[in-house]
Write a protein that binds this ligand. Structure first.
Ligand SMILES: [Zn+2]
Length: 326
């Protein structure tokens, strides 16, 4: 209250406040969007443009199953108008405790106006268990495979859902969000058909992945999943599993081993050396590598790395060369 002691001071304050309202009023009114992972943040930025403030809690080079819950995240969630998260229990180990700690009724529960479980925008979920799930199955995701953002068509569904949510919370800017969505849709559809064309020559390529987080990608790309470096989801590779996998890969002539770049590289590298398959350590989220700032950049990087590796390596069968990356 010190600043109101003198009348001229108060006048100045009022004048300054008026100027701020006229000039920068929109800055005050920005919708605050917090996302669990950078892919949702990238899409929220495309749709929200300059009407939103967007922050992702995790980084693209982190394993989204395990994120260190920092106190600053609680502050961010406390101020959020909207929380966009993956759902299907991907963030179950770290996000719920933060949301509880944030005490923000706008995002607190599934029924809160700003609580956006992006998996609800999907048309299908892979690997939904048909029977009961128990610990012997590994760290299985009981509501199905949560790694759906690696099918670029799902990015479109999520963008549409975020558009509707932003328009509902900030109806004054609904037309703006809608226009941004149409531009995003047009561009993403164009790029999806380009990426598909680039991948087309490699349809049917057999792939071994580290974790089951590439299944949506391989399905979209027309690849065939031939096994996993993890014996069960979330369980580190064992010597007996690796030996069996190498045998299977040799019998089935598997040419490609893929791992998100946050997974340990040693075992996939050994498998690649023993089988002659190409090993690629790839970014699987926006921010996963330097220069990947948008959802488009992400697929440019993944598709580019895979097609150039297969294009240069697949001709020389059994050459034993392994691709080093990252
Ligand atoms: Zn997973």
């Amino acid at each position: 209250m010190k600043m109101f002691k003198s009348f001229p001071g108060l006048l100045f304050f009022i004048a300054a406040a008026a100027v701020m309202l006229l000039a920068g009023g929109s800055a005050e009114a920005k919708v605050r969007v917090v996302t669990s992972t950078p892919d949702f943040a990238a899409i929220a930025r495309e749709i929200g443009g300059d009407r939103v403030d967007v922050e992702s809690l995790s980084k693209g080079y982190q394993d989204p199953h395990f994120v260190d819950a920092k106190p600053i995240y609680i502050t961010r969630l406390n101020r959020a108008d909207i929380l966009v998260y993956n759902g299907l229990d991907l963030e179950i180990g770290w996000l719920p405790i933060l949301v509880t700690g944030a005490r923000n009724s706008d995002i607190a529960t599934l029924n809160s106006p700003g609580n956006v479980d992006a998996s609800r925008f999907l048309t299908f979920v892979l690997d939904v268990p048909t029977g009961p799930v128990d610990r012997s199955m590994g760290d299985v995701h009981p509501r199905g495979n949560p790694h759906y953002m690696l099918d670029p068509r799902n990015g479109l569904l999520v963008a549409k859902g975020i558009t509707e949510k932003l328009s509902g919370i900030d109806p004054e800017n609904a037309a703006y969000y809608e226009e941004n969505y149409r531009n995003f849709e047009k561009l993403l559809e164009t790029r999806i058909s380009e990426w598909s064309k680039e991948l087309a020559p490699y349809k049917g390529t057999k792939v071994v992945s580290y974790h089951k987080n590439l299944d949506y990608f391989t399905r979209w790309a027309g690849f065939v999943d031939a096994g996993y470096v993890e014996p069960k989801p979330g369980i580190p590779p064992t010597p007996s599993h690796v030996a069996a996998l190498i045998k299977k890969m040799e019998a089935e002539d598997v040419k490609l081993v893929l791992a998100s770049n946050f997974y340990p590289q040693k075992t996939p590298r050994i498998i690649s050396e023993k089988t002659g398959a190409v090993f690629l350590s790839i970014p699987t989220s926006v921010g996963g590598e330097e220069g990947i700032n948008t959802y488009f950049d992400l697929f440019d990087a993944i598709v580019g790395q895979i097609t150039s590796a297969l294009g240069s390596g697949s001709g020389a069968a059994g050459s034993g060369s392994s691709m080093r990356n990252g």
